[in-house]
Design a protein around this ligand. Structure first.
Ligand SMILES: [Zn+2]
Length: 109
């Protein structure tokens, strides 16, 4: 993970998201900080797919700017919900691509 990304465990922000999304473990990216609830830093870093997903969100903040991205993300969530939010769709698809291509390189297939 890039040295400019921070991971915060037991984050109150992520705790609220965990309740709202009714999930066991959640990561919430705010700028370059990844807030966790229900998972340790070690558990998070052990999942390449999860790390890449949050890294895509970091890129979305960089692309749109912090407050603008937050506003766009919330508007998308209200309009389409969590799963169909275009920023979540992008994060899922790009993370899957990155993990798939790194596995292909590792196995030579
Ligand atoms: Zn996401």
């Amino acid at each position: 993970m890039e040295p400019d990304l921070r991971v915060v465990e037991r984050s109150p922000v992520a705790f609220v998201a965990k309740i709202v999304l009714r999930t066991r473990a959640v990561a919430v990216t705010l700028g370059t900080t990844i807030h966790l609830s229900g998972a340790t830093r070690g558990e998070f870093l052990a999942s390449p797919l999860w790390v890449e997903h949050e890294r895509v969100h970091v890129g979305q903040y960089r692309r749109h700017g912090f407050w603008r991205f937050l506003a766009l993300y919330l508007a998308e969530s209200v309009r389409r919900g969590y799963h169909d939010n275009r920023f979540e769709v992008e994060a899922r698809e790009r993370a899957a691509e990155v993990v798939r291509s790194s596995r292909t390189r590792a196995t030579g297939r």
